[in-house]
Design a protein around this ligand. Structure first.
Ligand code: DON
Length: 303
């Protein structure tokens, strides 16, 4: 299969699309990113990477970071983690407060904001935020085999100044006894994890461990890889997860920086990035590109 040709074709098509969606404006540092950018990368398990468009431009990975913190949390707590967060699709926007009240402070899944805050809070206990962020950064660098990956402090700071909604979620969980650290510490750590800065090529390489291919970095057990992929498929695109599964047929995780990381088990990790978002907060062109890619390769977890 000519992966390079597929990426080049998709990239040319996406660059010609007139409607690129709206950049996230509730984090000022993201609001000033040029929406006319599109990149795509495919990392094979052995580390070979195919790229097209702006695949080497760094961006804020935002909620894609929740895959890496979930991996660390499952490593530390195993199934105990599920006493603090569920694993059902939410059918609600990623920052919904409504559902958290109904469910008495136990978030629906680890990928909505409240769930990710619970996960970060769990792994923060016993650590200083800086220590934990150092561990997370090293983990992501190891996954990608790339020491140049950094956290963008300006983005983290920008979100901290406008983080009232996440603070509200954290306080609400605290009120229900589902937060072990002070809300500002948990949120501050979470804002920094979201500010991890990577390119499509780096993020695709970092995702290889989820392919469970013997040539990929072995970071966690096969059973855990399967479970993380299951959660990405069912919850990775919030209230658009069903549509992404229908259109693309691969586990995927999106972020408001415009990135999508998708996994073709046994084959490759794929990253598409374009900063403009659709109404669900997922990359508009990234989603379309993933749909085209799945169609052109025939890759799907559904046969
Ligand atoms: O907490 C937030 O709102 C952002 N730091 C991350 C949200 C996000 O990426 C949702 N994804 N599509």
């Amino acid at each position: 299969m000519d992966i390079q040709n597929i990426l080049d074709t998709i990239t040319a098509d996406m660059q010609a699309m007139p409607d690129k969606g709206q950049v996230a404006d509730y984090i000022p540092q993201l609001a000033c990113v040029d929406p006319n950018q599109f990149g795509m990368a495919v990392a094979l398990p052995d580390g070979t990477v195919f790229t097209a468009g702006d695949a080497n431009t760094p961006f804020s990975i935002q909620s894609v970071s929740k895959v890496f913190t979930l991996t660390l949390a499952l490593g530390r707590f195993g199934d105990q983690l599920w006493t603090r967060v569920g694993r059902e699709p939410s059918g609600q926007p990623f920052n919904s407060i409504l559902q958290l009240e109904h469910e008495r402070g136990i978030p629906r899944n680890p990928f909505i904001n409240a769930g990710a805050l619970a996960v970060t809070d769990a792994i923060l206990t016993g650590y200083q935020p800086k220590e934990l962020l150092g561990e997370l950064l090293r983990f992501v660098q190891d996954c990608a085999d790339d020491d140049s990956i950094v956290i963008n402090n300006a983005v983290a700071h920008s979100e901290t100044l406008h983080g009232d909604r996440n603070m509200a979620l954290a306080h609400f969980m605290a009120a229900h006894g589902n937060l072990e650290n002070r809300p500002e510490l948990t949120c501050g750590t979470y804002f920094h994890q979201c500010a991890l800065q990577m390119s499509c090529a780096q993020l695709a390489r970092a995702g290889r461990y989820l392919t469970a291919h013997p040539d990929a970095p072995h970071m966690v057990s096969l059973q855990r890889v399967r479970r993380i992929n299951a959660l990405m498929l069912t919850c990775g695109h919030y209230d658009a997860s069903g549509d992404f599964a229908y259109r693309v047929g691969l586990p995927g995780k999106s972020g408001v920086g415009g990135a999508i990381l998708a996994i073709a088990p046994g084959k490759a990790a794929i990253c598409a990035w374009s900063p403009g978002l659709n109404d669900y907060g997922n990359s508009k062109l990234g989603t379309r590109a993933m749909e085209r890619f799945a169609h052109m390769t025939g890759w799907s977890v559904f046969g």
